[in-house]
Design a protein around this ligand. Structure first.
Ligand SMILES: Nc1ncnc2c1ncn2[C@@H]1O[C@H](COP(=O)(O)OP(=O)(O)OP(=O)(O)O)[C@@H](O)[C@H]1O
Ligand SMILES: CCCC(=O)O
Length: 353
């Protein structure tokens, strides 16, 4: 049976909305949120109303009748660490999204907005492969000090989706392949995928890994402590997450703007563009070591991988490691829909948080 689903994906710089019938996408829109718009809200939960209204307007503009829906599915957020799968949105799950039990991020709104709309139509709300999917090896959890453990927080939904796409392109299945997958977006996560499990990944919201469009990634810790010793926690957090990376150096989170500056001969933009590619390439090399060099492909995905110039810059450092597969943008919307369709069709049991 072809169930109709509403798919909601709030990202750090955008909200994506789509309606599917079975595998068929009836429509999709991507709403961009410039920095100034996001900055007007003090917290993520303050963005609930503006993002919900924007989503409902997309539905109205497309003349879609919400009574046709079988479920609403949202991108899951910073819950407690859990296994991969489709989860129903319960009160406990909503409470943890609201308080941000593992931190604050726009995707915490996915399950909350999905549930708000689903309740009005008496249908289920789901989340799929939230950012806290945790399959890391014990050895990767050791941070270097006993007071903290490394944790798995990354673009799990898109990593898993593009892992399946890459394997399909290679005529096999994701659980039979080893990949290094780099999601390059507002945030960056680079992971070692071994036979369908993410054995190591940088915490994309934890000050680890390469810098990105709006995050600083891993910085020299001692110097950072010195530079920020009189700052409050919020200012420190925003410097690392939201105002880091391209935003810090160039005042924009949009790589297309950076490329325009470069085309106009801006040397600083050129340097930062090259440095971001360099850091990403180094992280891919580190993950190649995690897989002991037994790698079937290096997969580049996320919004930044829509730039051929940026992909070329990264490839120059890593093309000796394994074949490069580019999945520009992401298939998060398709993956959310598929997760919902599998449980609606009873091909898979829904999980409870
Ligand atoms: N055609 C393009 N060329 C160059 N850069 C692009 C292009 N399309 C999108 N981008 C860049 O991709 C980035 C956004 O990527 P993406 O949409 O994956 O982020 P997000 O979903 O908001 O955040 P995250 O991926 O961390 O959840 C922005 O810097 C944007 O400028
Ligand atoms: C942690 C995954 C979500 C993001 O970085 O945007």
């Amino acid at each position: 049976m072809n169930f109709e689903t509403l798919v909601i994906n709030p990202g750090s710089t955008s909200t994506k909305v789509a309606v599917y019938r079975g595998d068929e996408k009836l429509f999709q829109e991507e709403l961009s949120h410039p920095m100034a718009e996001i900055e007007a809200y003090k917290s993520i939960s303050d963005q609930f109303d503006f993002r919900t209204k924007a989503i409902l307007k997309v539905i109205e503009d497309n003349n879609y009748d919400l009574t046709s829906l079988s479920a609403v599915v949202g991108r899951g957020g910073l819950l407690r660490p859990i296994e991969s799968g489709t989860y129903d949105v319960t009160e406990k799950l909503k409470e943890d999204l609201r308080i941000g039990v593992s931190g604050q991020h726009a995707c915490n709104l996915g399950g909350l907005i999905a549930d708000e709309i689903a309740q009005q139509y008496g249908i289920p709300a789901y989340i799929v492969d939230p950012v806290v999917v945790d399959e890391m090896k014990a050895i990767a959890r050791v941070s270097g000090t006993k007071i903290i453990e490394r944790t798995s927080v990354f673009h799990a939904l898109n990593h898993k989706a593009v892992g399946r796409i890459a394997a399909r392109e290679q005529g096999t299945t994701y659980d039979k392949r080893n990949y290094v997958i780099a999601h390059l977006g507002g945030g960056v996560s680079v992971a070692a995928h071994e036979q369908g499990k993410v054995i190591d990944v940088n915490n994309a919201l934890g000050g680890e890994g390469p810098f990105s469009a709006e995050r600083a990634g891993g910085v020299p810790v001692y110097d950072f402590i010195q530079a920020t010793k009189n700052w409050d926690e919020e200012k420190i957090y925003k410097t690392l997450i939201g105002k880091g990376g391209l935003v810090s150096y160039l005042g924009t989170n949009d790589l297309r703007e950076v490329e325009k500056l470069m085309a106009g001969g801006d040397d600083k933009a050129q340097l930062i563009f090259e440095a971001m590619a360099y850091q990403i390439a180094k992280e891919i090399g580190a993950n190649a070591a995690s897989l002991k060099g037994k790698i079937d492909g290096l997969v580049l995905t996320g919004g930044l991988s829509r730039s051929e110039k940026f992909v070329k810059e990264i490839s120059g450092y890593i093309d000796w490691i394994a074949p490069i597969i580019v999945v520009p943008g992401e298939d998060e919307m398709g993956a959310l829909n598929q997760g919902a369709q599998r449980v609606l069709a009873k091909k898979e049991d829904v999980k409870h948080y």
